[in-house]
Design a protein around this ligand. Sequence first.
Ligand SMILES: Nc1nc2c(c(=O)[nH]1)N[C@@H](CN(C=O)c1ccc(C(=O)N[C@@H](CCC(=O)O)C(=O)O)cc1)CN2
Length: 280
Amino acid sequence: MTARILDGRATSAAMLDRVREEVAEFSREHGRVPVLATVLVGDDPASHTYVRMKANRCAKVGMESRRVELDAGISTETLVKTIRELSADPAVDGILLQHPVPGHIDERAAFEAIDPAKDVDGVTRTSFARMAFDEGGFASATPGGIMALLDAYEIPLSGKHAVVVGRSPILGKPVGMLLLARDATVTYCHSRTRDLAEHVARADIVVAAVGRPELIRGEWIKPGAVVVDAGYADNRGDVEYEAAAERASFITPVPGGVGPMTIATLLAQTVRAAREGTEK
Ligand SMILES: Nc1nc2c(c(=O)[nH]1)N[C@@H](CN(C=O)c1ccc(C(=O)N[C@@H](CCC(=O)O)C(=O)O)cc1)CN2
C-alpha cells in the first residue's frame, strides 16, 4: 500500500480563501479588519520564522497583525503586563504568545494573561476546558488544524482507535480531547510509556506530537492506519516517513502537512474572535 497524502498546503489554502472572504465581509460591516497581536520573546530563529509566517498570512487574507517583540531577559511580570494590556485593548481581536519562551519565564502565567475571548491560539485553561466540554472554546491551533485536515479528507473517527504520542498542553493533550469528542477511543503515549511500538501498532489513527525526529518507526504502523505527523523540529517529522507511507492509508508530510493547517486555524479563529467581540 502507498499512502495518500493529507495535503496541508492545499487544504490550508482553501481554508484561507474562506478566511479572506470572511475578513472582507467583516470589514464591510464594521469598517475595520480583524487584528492579531503576536508576542515573541527572545531571539530563537525558528520562532521568528513562525511569527513572520503568521504575519505574512495575515497580510495575504487582508487581516492586520501587530508584532510585539520582547527581549529574552524580560521578567514574567513584564510579559504578563504586556499581554494584559493587549487583552484590554479594544483594537486587538486575537493574541498569540509564541511558544517556547525563555526558560526563566513562567509560560503558563503568561498564557493565562490572554483574555479567553482573544485566545485564538487556544492556550488558556479556559479554552482547554471549553474545548474538553465541547462548549465551543477556541481549539489549540495545531490540534484544530489536524481535525480540519482529517475532516477535509473525510477520515472516519467514530469508534476508531487513536494513539496520540505526546502530552504537551497545546498539542498532545488537546488533540486527544478533540478526537475523543468525535467518538474515537484515545490512548495517550508519552516519555514513560512502555512498549510504545505495541501501542502504535494497534492504532487506526496515529498522531505523533513529540518533537523527536523519526521516533515513530514505519514498521510499527498498522497497514491501512492514518498517520498524522505534528513534528516540526528542523522541518523533520516525528515519523519515519518513507517506511510509514508504505503501510499507511493516509499520511501527512513534513513540511506541507500539519504546519500550514496550524496557521490557517489561527487566522480562522481570529476572524471568529473579531465577530464574537462585536456581538457583545
Ligand atoms: N503559541 C504557539 N506556539 C507554537 C505553536 C503554536 O501553535 N502556538 N506551534 C509550533 C510552531 N508553529 C507555530 O507557532 C508552526 C510550526 C511550523 C509551521 C509550518 O507551517 N511549517 C512548514 C514548514 C516551515 C517553512 O515553510 O519554513 C510546514 O510544516 O509545511 C507553522 C507553525 C510551536 N510553537
